[in-house]
Design a protein around this ligand. Structure first.
Ligand code: FAD
Length: 424
């Protein structure tokens, strides 16, 4: 019987994670096959993405609109206003098609409307069975997103807290400023946040998100809350499209199973402060492709993937988590003060922080220090930082003695346990 063709890399799923890693793996000369159950570009979720990602992946033609103001806002008081043009709504279908075209040009094969069904191991290779055929690979990248079952097929799971999202697209709309994009608008007391994203003349996207799952049973309730928000803000229009889903946040304990690495939503998103995973996937595809090349050339083992993708970030993410936890408890005026405190390093620094672009530990410590320095000792003593974060920092310090920056973590632990600040 004729054996199925062998690829260096088979990528399951052609979302942002799958296509960007296909592009970067193919650019490195690896033989790449992508299998996608739908037509390419049909799985769209993303609303907004960052300018630096658009530039790096040559996606400027997908930008729907540019704003003069992006406001992280609250009804009761302005929080933080980013005057720079840094966040854009994109046509995700177009962006995915462009990424696919670039990947094919670099040598990748992409098969749309061909779903992955199951797999088995054949020596050092993994045999992938799709609806239409069988293919062998040295390494498989699971980029099947939120619904992926690869991890559970090995009886493993990552603990996940969903960020539920629901959005309404309105036409013939008015009552909104077409030049201003509102993010994280905490209009009503509670854990629901709202977004207003103008898309064109008379067209606006309004969304609600929250740190729990969107389910069939709470869907109507969330939509009603979003409609109430729109009515209170005076935004009117006719709903012509809805988009909804969950972004998996939480621990990234399991990153690989034999023959597979997980990338994108299949591996969770580590940052509770960020739902901007489209940008994150594209950025991290560079690291994924470096690992894939090393693995195929026999220079890396599967277990190196976790270190490779996280090592530069783990300490920074942990510090970022502490900051996120603090900021979540701040009143509007304190939040404004805290983010303003980072202004001493310039606008670019604030953008790096808000977008999660810079996860370097030194950067995150600089941000934490700048924030803490803006408050008096009595204000600081009112901030109760979660003990679990302190424990995580301490264990991290013990776990990663080889990371030079880990030294700095000791200072952070000191800072947040009360020894910080000799000011009155
Ligand atoms: C409502 C909503 C709004 C969002 N808004 C934003 C935003 O504004 N900005 C931002 O940066 N991020 C946003 N996100 C997050 C972002 O869209 C996701 O994190 C990102 O799409 C994850 O990419 P991925 O490639 O890992 O997974 P996905 O985009 O889910 O792609 C997975 C792909 O795998 C395919 N697949 C699944 N099973 C199979 C199979 N058996 N065989 C073959 N193919 C398969 C799917 O069809 C899909 O194409 C949003 C998410 C949601 C749910």
């Amino acid at each position: 019987m004729e054996k199925s063709p062998v690829y260096d890399i088979i990528i399951l799923g052609a979302g942002p994670a799958g296509l960007s890693s296909a592009l970067n793996c193919a650019k490195k000369g690896l033989r790449v096959l992508v299998l996608e159950q739908n037509a390419i570009g049909m799985t769209q979720k993303t609303w907004l993405t960052f300018g630096y990602v658009i530039d790096r992946f040559a996606l400027s033609e997908c930008v729907i609109r540019r704003y003069s103001r992006v406001v992280f806002s609250s009804y009761l008081g302005s929080r933080y206003e980013c005057r720079k043009n840094f966040l854009f709504p994109i046509d995700e279908e177009r962006a995915l098609i462009l990424l696919a075209e670039q990947a094919v040009k670099a040598g990748a094969k992409i098969r749309g409307k061909e779903a992955f069904v199951n797999y088995r191991h054949d020596g050092n290779l993994v045999v992938i069975h799709s609806e239409k055929g069988a293919y062998r690979a040295r390494l498989v990248i699971d980029a099947m997103g939120y619904e992926s079952r690869i991890l559970s097929s090995c009886r493993l799971k990552n603990d996940t807290v969903d960020m539920g999202c629901l959005s309404l697209f309105l036409k013939n709309a008015d009552g909104f400023d077409p030049k201003t994009c509102f993010l994280y608008d905490s209009y009503f007391p509670g854990s629901d946040y709202f977004w207003v994203v103008p898309l064109g003349p008379g067209i606006v996207m309004a969304g609600i998100f929250f740190f729990s799952s969107l389910t069939p049973s709470n869907r109507d309730e969330k939509e009603a809350l979003l409609r109430k928000y729109l009515s209170q803000r005076g935004i009117k229009g006719v709903v012509f499209k809805k988009r909804m889903g969950n972004i998996p946040l939480g621990s990234q304990a399991n990153f690989f199973v034999p023959g597979f690495i997980l990338f994108g939503d299949s591996a969770n998103t580590p940052l509770p402060s960020s739902g901007f995973s489209f940008s994150r996937c594209l950025e991290e595809s560079l690291v994924v492709s470096e690992f894939a090349q090393g693995y195929v050339n026999g220079k890396m083992q599967l277990r190196d993937y976790k270190t490779k993708i996280l090592s530069a970030k783990i300490p920074g993410i942990e510090v970022h988590l502490i900051i996120s936890d603090m900021l979540a408890k701040f009143s509007d005026s304190m939040l404004n003060k805290a983010i303003g405190g980072m202004g001493i390093f310039g606008d670019e620094f604030i953008i790096d922080f808000l977008s999660g672009r810079n996860m370097n530990v030194d950067f995150c410590i600089k941000a934490l220090t700048a924030i803490l320095k803006t408050f008096s000792l009595s204000e600081l003593s009112n901030l109760s930082l979660r003990q679990e974060y302190l424990k995580r920092l301490t264990s991290l310090y013990n776990l990663l003695p080889a990371v030079p920056s880990a030294q700095i973590l000791r200072q952070v632990v000191k800072a947040v346990t009360g020894q910080f600040g000799k000011r009155k």
